[in-house]
Ligand binder design. Structure first.
Ligand SMILES: *Cc1c(COP(=O)(O)O)cnc(C)c1O
Length: 376
């Protein structure tokens, strides 16, 4: 394999990240507190509909804190998209609560409003009204928010929007993560922008965000000594990481534009292959196209694994879509509502390399290989 590795999605620094990190060093703010952290929260708030922000060590910790702020406790149930990464569901278990998984619909691949309502009605009938809904905007594609918010309001169950993959996407002009009570972002290395590792909790409720910052910095009460009346966490983002984030926020829209171009390129180049299809945006839905995803038809001679392995032979990384949570060994005893759609997506779907730092040569190499796979 002489060919250079093409990653699914690798970090892509802009011009100023290094400058801001150097500044953090020069000022000696090498701590989970400092001016870059404050600026990062301020700048993130500006693109998040003016919401309040707590910058944290990961998207996972942001979901965990949101659950705590919603008073999810041992024995509670929390609804969660089944078609997602495990980090959406794990914090439910950190709280001693149980996930109840909800299937996808096939227009956006996100939580199905009908399955959601069936799940809620079932749990209420069983005397276990769910405490919260963790709704994921997968691969940057907005979920059907109007329908889902209506259900959330009808049954009075708050939503946490997991927009880990959805920074820079919008729903009828509003940023994802900002449409409900709580939202979260992730700045992990593979996301559309990165702080190497990091995340954020978003809310219009300033008090809740203050509380999140308090809990995220070991829950120190206001006293000269160390005084604690709550269990705390070490979940704050480092000022050094925030410095990287400041540079990355400056280029976020460029990254979105590039990823959308990559999606359009694949779509145009691969139209001739009838076995491949793409998810389209519905009216008012704007996706950051974090990853370009394809479905391969059931009757295709070349199946998802054939194609993935063919690309891997050429040092090109492609990955199956997320394996649904209700099919994961660790969650096999959890309740789940529906499941056929997410199972179908896992079986027939593939993520193509989508990094905004890919060159035209990289992209041409990938589509040439995909075409070859279907010709042979
Ligand atoms: C990445 C990701 C997370 C977790 O974010 P971290 O910052 O890695 O903890 C949560 N949910 C989804 C859908 C993700 O893709």
């Amino acid at each position: 394999m002489d060919n250079k590795k093409i990653w699914l999605s690798s970090p892509h620094m802009g011009k100023n990240e290094y400058k801001y990190v150097t500044e953090a060093f020069d000022l000696n703010w090498i701590a989970p507190v400092g001016p870059h952290l404050n600026d990062f929260e301020k700048n993130l708030s500006e693109i998040s509909d003016g919401k309040h922000i707590a910058a944290l060590s990961s998207g996972t910790s942001a979901i965990h804190l949101a659950l705590i702020l919603l008073e999810v406790e041992c024995g509670d149930e929390v609804l969660c998209s089944t078609f997602t990464f495990s980090a959406s569901a794990n914090p439910i278990v950190y709280q001693g609560a149980s996930p109840v998984f909800v299937d996808s619909e096939m227009d956006t691949w996100n939580m199905c409003p009908n399955s959601l309502e069936l799940a809620i009605q079932d749990r209420i009938e069983n005397g276990k009204k769910p405490k919260a809904i963790i709704l994921v905007h997968l691969y940057g594609m907005p979920a059907k928010m109007k329908e889902i918010i209506e259900i959330s309001e009808k049954y009075n169950i708050p939503i946490i929007e997991d927009a880990a993959e959805g920074l820079g996407s919008t729903y009828f002009g509003k940023p994802l993560g900002c449409l409900t009570k709580f939202g979260i972002y992730s700045f992990n290395g593979n996301k559309i922008i990165t702080t190497s590792g990091g995340g954020a909790l978003i809310s219009s409720d300033e008090e809740k965000i203050q509380k999140a910052k308090f809990l995220a910095s070991q829950a120190r009460d206001n006293a000269p000594h160390y005084e604690h009346s709550h269990i705390g966490f070490n979940y704050r983002l480092s000022n050094v990481s925030a410095a990287i984030g400041l540079g990355q926020l400056e280029v976020l829209q460029n990254r979105v534009n590039k990823r959308r171009e990559i999606f359009e390129f694949y779509k145009k180049e691969l139209t001739e292959i009838k076995e491949i299809s793409f998810v389209e945006e519905m009216d008012g839905f704007y996706s950051n196209r974090w990853l370009t995803t394809i479905l391969i038809s059931e009757d295709s001679r070349v199946n998802r694994e054939d194609l993935r392995l063919y690309l891997a032979k050429d040092n090109i990384e492609a990955r199956p879509l997320w394996k649904p949570m209700h099919q994961q060994p660790i969650f096999e005893n959890c309740l789940s509502f529906g499941g056929e759609n997410s199972e179908y997506l896992f079986k027939y779907g593939l993520c193509l390399p989508s990094g905004s730092n890919m060159t035209d040569d990289d992209l041409n190499r990938i589509v040439t290989k995909i075409k070859e796979a279907f010709e042979n």
